[in-house]
Structures are given as C-alpha cells and as structure tokens.
Design a protein around this ligand. Structure first.
Ligand code: ZN
Length: 202
C-alpha cells in the first residue's frame, strides 16, 4: 500500500505597510501569508503543488483573499508574493528518485564494462548469468579455458525472474556434461545482449 496525499505548510508572512483593509479601511494592518502545498508519498515531500495567499487584518481581525484587495494593495501583495521562494526540501522525493535512477544507470554501465572485459578474457570458474531463447535466466560456469574456446557446465534449471537465480544457482544443478563454447560464440552471446552478468570468483 502506498500512502500519499498533499499537505500545506506556511512559507512566509509579511505586514503590508501601505495596504488598506477592505473592511475597516485601516492602513498598514494587513498581514499577508503564503502557504505552499506539496504532494507527499509516505510523508516524504515529493514536489510542490502551488501556493496560496491569504491576508488578515490585525485591526478588525477579518480575513481576505488577495482578489478582495484594492488595486494598490494588490500591487503591494504581488511584490511580497514575488519574494516567496519554494524551499528545496519540497522536492526531496524527486531528488531521491533522480539519485536512484542515476545510481541504477551507473551500476548498469559498470556491469556492462565488466562483462565486456571478462568475455574477452575468460577464466576458470567464471560464472555467467545469461538469457535463454525464451528470455528466462540461467547460468553456466567455465570449467576449462583454451586459447580460442572454453568448456562449460550448464545449469539444468532456469528461472523467469532474476531474483530467482539464487535459488537455482546451487552446485548439484550443474550438468556434468561438458559443452564447448568458442570465443566467437561468447562474443556472439554478448553482442546479442544475452549475457546479464559474469561473476569471477578467483
Ligand atoms: Zn480591518
């Protein structure tokens, strides 16, 4: 369940020095306040949703909307409104999402570079995570390395989710039969985007 909603917080207040109260016509007693609404997800502020201004007279204690002011007071209110800034914390959720996306892209790039390097230089006990024809995930491990080919043992099992790999990646699942993959086969798998990851244990 995702808990979300919106909430208003006080941003800034200021007394308008020259504005006249629309009700009691006292000058300089109007206080303008601006409240900012923001969307939150699990109480983490995500993004601002606009500001609302209200005015209160300290003399007659009546409240007003900005549009109820006379033209001169509206100008003064607008000037004050121009000084109200949306605090950065109201963007916290968007910032977190941006960081996560950035970290994800970075981590994918690191994995890609590692795979490219390890495919070019296979070593004993390298464990490959690959995508099958039907886009399932499975693994094989390198059991012998030659100049232009490798011997591998395939995992007998496959899984439809990456998170399932840890369940099938156990020693007794590896077929003892030897399969030969040439370096060209490996490069082919790699350029087809079939190699998800390589784990080098030694
Ligand atoms: Zn008043």
């Amino acid at each position: 369940m995702i808990v979300y909603g919106s909430r208003s917080t006080h941003l800034k207040s200021e007394q308008l020095r020259n504005a006249v109260c629309p009700n009691c016509e006292t000058r300089g007693q109007l206080t303008a306040s601006v409240y900012g609404r923001h969307a939150h997800v699990f109480w983490i502020p995500f993004f601002p949703m606009g500001n609302t201004g209200i005015l209160g007279c300290q003399h007659c204690h009546k409240g007003f909307k900005p549009k109820e002011l006379d033209e001169k007071a509206k100008m003064e209110y607008k000037n004050f409104r121009g000084t109200v800034k949306t605090p950065l914390w109201k963007f916290a959720g968007l910032g977190i999402v941006a960081l996560l996306i950035g970290a994800g892209i970075f981590s994918n790039k690191m994995t890609e570079e590692k795979v490219t390097e390890l495919v070019a230089n296979p070593a004993m006990f390298d464990k490959y995570t690959f995508k099958t024809e039907a886009n399932y995930y499975s693994t094989f491990k390198v059991v012998e390395v030659f100049k232009d080919s490798i011997y591998v043992n395939y995992n007998d099992y496959e899984t439809d989710k990456k998170s399932g790999l840890k369940d099938i990646d156990i020693e007794k699942n590896y077929d003892k039969d030897i399969y030969v993959l040439t370096n060209a086969d490996l490069e082919g798998l790699h350029s087809a985007g079939k190699i998800e990851d390589i784990e080098r244990t030694k």
